[in-house]
Design a protein around this ligand. Sequence first.
Ligand code: TYM
Length: 327
Amino acid sequence: MSQRIFSGIQPSGSVHIGNYAGALRNWVELQKNHQCIYCIVDYHAMTMPYDPAQMPQRVLDAALDILACGVDPERSLLFVQSHVPQHCELSWILGCTAPMGELNRMTQFKEKGERVDSVTVGLFTYPVLQSADILLYRAGAVPVGEDQLQHLELTREIARRFNARYGDTFPEPKPVLTPSPRVMDLSDPTRKMSKSVEGSTIMLSDSDEVILRLIKRAVTDVGPAGDEMSPGVKNLFTLLEATASPEVVAKFEADYASKSLRYGDLKAALSESMLATLRPIRERRAELAANPKRVLEILGDSARQCRKMADETLAEVRHKCGLGAGL
Ligand code: TYM
């Protein structure tokens, strides 16, 4: 059996094209040959201020987007993190070997810490919970965008420390990147695209009109022209790679190399490939949204299977750590 795959996404409203290009398209691809476990990480979403009344809808929206992208519940598991509270137990256990100095260096912690009045312990230990998510299922590979590489490196470090202290238990999981692991913001292509920036992020649920407007307005040249491709144009190529055929990408790369590239043509091709990619996703999403009961069933069935796997790992972990019964 090939190695097990695990990945997660925060339920933060609509999924955007960066999530798709950097991670979700690999989630779908990897299902063909691997056992895949995908998680909507609501415990993680609690690390930033939020409205509890909105959380259930956010989770359902994330599930709809993920299934609409092509994650197949017949092949893969898709569950909600808080339905498997074992993640928290392993997080505590791993936290007792995780080095505080390394957590302090996490760039996501530093960035998010600057956005809140008071930094919580939850925000600080976020990457330990992420390590627990992955290690609980002994996943060997984790499809993520580039921004998660540091957390993955920490997960490997935590696995090594645990194995050294308590005996070989966890594999060291490797990241799996797409060719477009870092999609940038359309109006400020020096900044990573994220859900928190409205008006320059393409959401999977956006209408054709909105998508066309966002691409039309996307920044191309910023700063003085040099020999290097500008960040805006580079980002358009990134998005083209994620949505168009290799032939289309090769044609525009050749135009760029021969200095005959017209940004208008590039944007027109990108608009076409983006609409062609997102339309069927939007249609599938609408079909799924008409039957939320089915979606909840999928999440419930998956959680049941995950709890079973989680219990098996935890029984071994508790035993190795000298915890619980046995006295
Ligand atoms: P999240 O919810 O921010 O993002 C979900 C996935 O999308 C990728 N991504 C991007 N890729 C390319 N360009 C972008 N602009 C872009 N923005 C987001 C992310 O890298 C990610 O793969 N901490 C994680 C969630 C998590 C997790 C896990 C992931 C919790 N536990 C265990 C893997 C394994 C996060 O906040 O992702």
